[in-house]
Design a protein around this ligand. Structure first.
Ligand code: NDP
Length: 339
């Protein structure tokens, strides 16, 4: 038998105790082209919140939203225990979108590939994972960060942000790189990664602290991972004709609506705002991973403490995922499932 988390009540606000329910189900027999898989590691991604939004319009979503009664899913790494597939054999470690379950029987088409390198993307070497490729896309492709730029990165202690900080400072050598994160401890870590300064957005003096960290200079490039009040505050320090890359808006994912009273700055200072998705970067992905791997070797990208791995039972999976929204992770948040 297996256990699987089901989306019971799609939320429009904060996640509730009855948003998900854990169900037991019989494991089906493995048929031709299928494998029995043990799910070992789950990637925790803020985007999974978007997948379960109540009343989401499928035409406006970049991935089909889940509806009530469907199994909750996400990127995962697992081991093939039994196989009737031509492509995968028992013992293979594979990655794909397996979801919040301990065991599953799936068609081999649901597997992205063997995880020799992919597992290492999520596990042994998170700098080579999806969130790092997102940071790469934002810094190089969208924001085109140059050595003469003053750069601000929010969510700077998270998976995407912590890599973006290192790329901007240690790879590009941008003039000034300022991180934004929740709390002193995280900010100290962001500075240890190379940022010139890091500002705690939870402080009541955030606006003034940001100006101090910028040494009263203006910002050429803002890498936005959080939206909300932080985004609105940044609008007031952007240089004329500068650019904001919108990667994420985590502050709004659980239904919090922030007005942007200073949006007029976009007109006054002729700002460019560009949203982007790593899914549009698949063609460039292998080259990005090769560059990231090179920079890891050269010591420009840190692999130490760049992830938070939580040992958990399947019952704890939704709680661990919600830590993303409470800021209880540093770097990539990974769940290791006990069997
Ligand atoms: P993180 O590792 O950054 O984890 C989320 C972090 O967000 C938390 O640790 C917390 O840090 C911060 N946070 C939570 N709530 C708030 C809030 N209300 N205001 C400000 N910060 C908050 O996650 P990822 O690196 O996986 O993702 C970061 C962002 O990038 C997300 O918005 C995500 O949706 C987006 N993303 C976009 C992709 C794309 O293709 N465009 C791909 C991957 C991710 P703290 O303690 O500092 O508050």
């Amino acid at each position: 038998r297996r256990q699987v988390w089901i989306l019971a009540n799609p939320p429009s606000g904060p996640i509730q105790p009855d948003t998900f329910r854990l169900e037991e189900a019989a494991l089906p027999e493995v048929k031709d082209g299928e494998v029995l898989i043990q799910v070992d590691y789950l990637s925790n991604d803020p985007a999974q919140r978007g997948m379960i939004q109540a009343g989401a319009d499928p035409k406006r979503a970049y991935r089909p939203p889940l509806t009530a009664g469907q199994p909750m899913g996400g990127t995962a790494v697992g081991k093939v225990l039994a196989s009737k597939s031509q492509k995968y054999a028992a013992g293979d470690v594979v990655t794909g979108r397996f979801g919040w379950t301990d065991y599953d029987v799936i068609p081999d088409s649901q597997i992205d590939g063997r995880a020799v390198s992919l597992a290492s993307r999520m596990r042994r070497s998170p700098p080579l994972g999806m969130t790092s490729v997102t940071a790469y896309q934002g810094i190089f492709d969208i924001l085109n960060v140059k050595p003469e730029h003053v750069v601000v990165i929010s969510g700077a202690a998270g998976a995407v942000g912590s890599v973006a900080v290192q790329l901007a400072k240690k790879v590009v050598g941008a003039k000034r790189v300022v991180g934004i994160a929740g709390g002193k401890e995280k900010c100290d870590w962001v500075v240890s990664l190379g940022a010139d300064a890091c500002v705690d957005y939870k402080s009541p003096t955030f606006g003034a602290d940001l100006k101090t960290a910028l040494q009263d200079d203006d910002v050429d490039r803002y890498f936005d991972n959080v939206g909300g009040v932080v985004f609105d505050t940044l609008l007031t320090v952007m240089r004329t004709k500068s650019k904001i890359g919108v990667c994420g808006q985590i502050s709004s994912y659980n239904g919090v609506v922030t007005p942007f009273p200073r949006f007029g700055e976009v007109i006054k200072n002729r700002l460019t705002i560009e949203g982007f998705l790593v899914l549009d970067f698949l063609k460039e992905w292998p080259a990005a991973v090769a560059d990231l791997a090179k920079w890891v070797k050269e010591g420009k990208l840190s692999t130490t403490e760049s992830e938070t791995v939580v040992d958990a039972s399947l019952a704890d999976v939704p709680e661990v995922w919600q830590r993303l929204f409470k800021g209880e992770n540093r770097g990539k948040l990974v769940t290791k499932i006990a069997h």
